[in-house]
Design a protein around this ligand. Sequence first.
Ligand code: PLP
Length: 421
Amino acid sequence: MTLPGSPFLSWRGQELFLENVKLADLVRQHGSPLYVYSRRAMLAALAPYQRALQGRPHLICYAVKANSNLAVLQTFAQAGCGFDIVSAGELARVLAAGGDAAKVVFSGVGKTRSEMAQALQAGVKCFNVESTAELEVLSQVAAGLGLTARVSLRVNPDVDAGTHPYISTGLKGNKFGVAHDQALATYRRAATLPGIQVVGIDCHIGSQITDVSPYLDALDRVLDLVEAIEAAGVTIHHLDLGGGLGITYTDEQPPKADELIAQLLAKIDARGHGQREVMFEPGRSLVGNAGVLLTEVLFLKEGEQKNFCVVDAAMNDLMRPALYEAWMGIVNTQQRSDGTLTWDVVGPVCESGDWLGRDRSLAVQAGDVLAVLSAGAYGMTMASNYNTRGRAAEVMVDGSQTWVIRERETVEQLIANERLI
Ligand SMILES: *Cc1c(COP(=O)(O)O)cnc(C)c1O
């Protein structure tokens, strides 16, 4: 049975292992549902980024929203990464995990004044600003604190990343970034504001991108702008090309990070921009295939039209199938040789959209532990408490070692902030 995209998952006999750890055992020890991540898989995914950028000024800023567990952030901080954050909450996580504020870029279309102030006081490397209105407010906040905000404008290159509409961000109709034809004027404005220092330019065109060409198109558009901006007398130090590189969930064949970067650097050099610091903001491609969601089978419901395999994980634990109709691999962690049927794997939440996989061929019995694959990115970070379900526990694996990196949420914690009238 194949395991798409997950080199650190393997079958040993009939049992599914992540590195040297038998996954079914983890559920026996820590309960279900349970997110499990491989530390080595994360570092192995980072290595091609680091290799490709070696020898030139660069910074890899892990996009915290993909998986924001403190131990995950700690892993990337220790590996030398910076971070791409989208809230003051994420900034607090980075600092709590030992990350360096001077390597943090603050993205997002709706930063509040309070978030700006916290990031300024922490000393973040750069604000990726998305509108003129934000620029004016940021300048006020910075000047009020006697500080200067280093900024990069997130420009919208108007390229189609060929991805799902909900995760495409670089088209004119998206809410993200400064329109390409407004960028020069916005940079001119930025250069006049007292609390602002222009340091770079950035773009981020979408997520789960499986082609090099949209990146190359966006880069050309960005470099055109850099040349125009510098001709107007505003200096651009760094180029931040965002994140978005896809992973294999089923049969996608995204470019390898080092191949993608080699092509981008070749263009940067060919156009005479080789001296600039180059930054990337990868999220999914660093953690997506490093994690699985384990879930126990509660009941089997065979029906006239459909067979339902009811598991104890639901859309509140893993939202991607419900939100994007995403396909994620599902395997039984203990392979059975007989009784294969076609199942819809569904959770207990009271919504018909609450499914993890449809029409899956599985040999399964009640009590078995299933693994939803490629669940390391946008899994736990999107989890909610819908149906008053406490969020899952998380475990990190490294070789044969395991750590609980987040305890299971209790019902006491869920109601702790509520009050009777
Ligand atoms: C979400 C996001 C990323 C990371 O995207 P991935 O597809 O997970 O690599 C990077 N930069 C910005 C601005 C983002 O919003």
